[in-house]
Write a protein that binds this ligand. Structure first.
Ligand code: CTP
Ligand code: ZN
Length: 161
């Protein structure tokens, strides 16, 4: 189905080839663009919709990127800013693959502990960062080495650095 608003008008066109990131938490589409490094200079056609009505999540954002396939590492980052998102791979107008991003209870790497004295930040022989997800909305990670809490805002800032 095409996305429709309350008056059932079709809002965004379907794409031929590329990736549709659907069910993004409303208000987070720009974070998704940032963590994917999309600036508009790459030349891909990108369509963005914000605050679309959704039966499943109330309101959602959608990002459609033509002629681009996401890497697993990019999907892992999206899970941290849009944990309910679905990633749809489109080939010749057909959805050929649909994956729900997953935010597990513990995650490794991806994020840097914000406590500079943490063993995961040691210059020599640093230990791999590991976190427990202690809150999902907004996301808060607890470093399993120093118990420092890393907040969603800080995670997004790191991804955009
Ligand atoms: N889509 C698109 N271009 C296509 C096919 C699909 O932009 N050629 C978009 C749809 O608009 C939708 C998403 O990709 O936002 C997933 O498509 P589809 O699985 O057909 O929609 P739903 O069944 O509504 O998906 P879900 O069950 O995940 O809500
Ligand atoms: Zn730490």
């Amino acid at each position: 189905m095409q996305e429709k608003d309350a008056t059932s008008k079709i809002r965004i066109v379907k794409i031929k080839d590329g990736t549709v990131i659907d069910h993004i938490r409303a208000g987070h589409a720009l974070d998704v663009l940032q963590i994917l490094g999309i600036t508009g200079q790459e030349g891909n056609i990108v369509t963005l919709a914000m605050n679309i009505s959704s039966s499943r999540v109330g309101h959602k954002d959608i990002v459609k990127i033509e002629d681009r396939i996401l890497k697993a590492s990019e999907v892992a980052r999206i899970a941290l800013v849009a944990p309910e998102a679905t990633i749809n791979l489109i080939e010749d107008y057909i959805v050929v693959d649909k994956t729900r991003v997953e935010l597990p209870d513990t995650i490794s790497d991806v994020v840097q502990c914000t406590n500079l004295r943490c063993v995961t930040n040691k210059e020599r022989e640093p230990i791999r960062a590991k976190y427990e997800v202690v809150s999902r909305q907004p996301i808060t990670l607890k470093c399993l080495y120093c118990w420092n809490l890393v907040e969603e805002e800080e995670i997004i800032t790191q991804f955009c650095a």
